[in-house]
Design a protein around this ligand. Sequence first.
Ligand SMILES: [Zn+2]
Length: 103
Amino acid sequence: MTGFARMSEIEIECPFCRIGKIKTLHRESFMQSETTRVSGRRSTRSYYRPEKYEVLDNCPNCGKSKKELQKAIDTGKTKKMTHEERIAMLKKRGLPLVIGSNK
Ligand SMILES: [Zn+2]
């Protein structure tokens, strides 16, 4: 056994128009453990797999493509980000960090 996640088909609100309902395949977050052998010793490491939405269809209302919807969902457009998440995202993009400063 190397991890287990429940998958279910659910509909979520379109991140662009907020009206259309998009069909997605939702996978719950889960822990995956992996056993590795390092110089004769076995060690088990656990990885956290975050929940994921896989877009299955275009938006029936605004017509955004699966690809665009997937990108919006993956980049977290659909949910409010915490301050820490925002900083982490900005760092990843390589933007200068001047939050809370007028300069
Ligand atoms: Zn839409």
